[in-house]
Design a protein around this ligand. Sequence first.
Ligand code: ADP
Ligand code: MG
Length: 248
Amino acid sequence: MRTTDPGDAARIELLLAELRLPAIKLVWASLAAQADKEGWPAGRFLAALAEHEIAERSRRRLERHLAEARLPPGKTLDSFDFEAVPVISKAQVMALAAGDAWLNNGANLLLFGPPGGGKSHLAAVQRLQIARRELALEAAIAKLDKFHLLILDDIAYVTKDQAETSVLFELISARYERRSLLITANQPFGEWGKIFPDQAMTVAVVDRLVHHATIFEMNVESYRRRAALERKRSRGRPPTHATITANA
Ligand code: ADP
Ligand code: MG
């Protein structure tokens, strides 16, 4: 049986490091031994190595994106109860999560609904699938451009004053038809006059956002409230019930 020459092995290690192929560097020796033992054609060996490097790269990329995206833990597709939100189907969300079409076109996803309806949870599902970031207003708009999707979770809370509002306006205009936004809000557009102090700005923002957008109106009862009520019904009283008094 032919095996790798020790001199070659040492050289290979150096060359792979120089070529920045860390995944191949880790597995080549055992794969080479297997190939030698089983008499693989050279092409098959090379293909196996290349496939391994590519799979590892995409795994590392996903890991890096997930870490950067700072996702809330546990807000996954599996843990989302679609029956609680009849207007949205799992298939719809999966298509959005998997399909790159809307992201490549810079289209938007807008989620409206009262608190507790699952907007943030669903937004995190999107992030989980495509692994993107949150808005930090101080970060430069240009810097944010490299991200295919920005999630503005609870848009009302990121627009406290005129300065922040105009940053947001700039951001939305800059991304229009190029980069996607996912926005959640408690109030639909009709109430946005309260978010954006400037009426003309509100009209301009809404116009840009809806031009290419999927809109979910999640007018459901608060999932938190519902879950709490159900617990209460099944156990008589909530498990962590305590009486809190001011001067206890
Ligand atoms: P919103 O952002 O609309 O105020 P959240 O997404 O923060 O609401 O949801 C509140 C809590 O209820 C979270 O813990 C979330 O995971 C949970 N929740 C909301 N809707 C659902 C749902 N349909 N299935 C499972 N959990 C849900
Ligand atoms: Mg929320």
